[in-house]
Design a protein around this ligand. Sequence first.
Ligand SMILES: Cc1cn([C@H]2C[C@H](O)[C@@H](COP(=O)(O)OP(=O)(O)O[C@H]3O[C@@H](C)C(=O)[C@@H](O)[C@H]3O)O2)c(=O)[nH]c1=O
Length: 188
Amino acid sequence: MLTKKNFLNEIILISPVVFNDDRGFFYENYHELKYKELGITCTFVQDNISRSKKGTLRGMHYQLNNPQAKLITVLRGAIFDVAIDIRIGSPTFGQWYGTELNDENHNQLFIPEGFAHGFYVLSDFADIHYKCSDFYNNKDEYGIQWNDSKIQINWPLLNEPILSFKDAENISLTDIDNTKLPKYSVIK
Ligand SMILES: Cc1cn([C@H]2C[C@H](O)[C@@H](COP(=O)(O)OP(=O)(O)O[C@H]3O[C@@H](C)C(=O)[C@@H](O)[C@H]3O)O2)c(=O)[nH]c1=O
């Protein structure tokens, strides 16, 4: 059976039903009706795939005016996937949840709108697929420092992470202008 667990109330960890046989495996990584029953009611409009090498950290990203809920799946490899609640006024503001997603447990993470998202690559390479509930808009993207000292994400680091130039410039949640953060009352 398709199973789920909730974290910070709205983050959903999904364990799909995996059919293994002599050829390999099969699973449904999204099914509108079944995922609606799990509480994933948004409409996905964009799918993305990225490949990253070991020790890469991408994050912590969000869009403000075009917020994206995301459904994360690891096609190949292993990552530590993290979401932070950055909705001003939320009872869990500033709290994070992280878990390992890999190509053996096939777990998926659903991250609602209003959360910042990022991941760290544990395997030699990791191929990630994620569905998004709104389109990418490069004028609306923001980032929070991966190692924000107030948030204290417990990354299972193997090295000093490999970051994009953009992510190396991200600032802490405390230093971000409040007008650049989503509001719990609007998202809810
Ligand atoms: C995210 C994205 C990027 N791009 C382009 C912009 C840029 O030239 C190139 C690489 O972009 P980035 O460096 O922003 O890619 P990346 O650091 O992988 O960004 C992603 O990180 C993870 C953690 C998320 O949660 C995603 O929503 C997204 O923000 O791809 C698109 O064309 N469409 C997209 O949807």
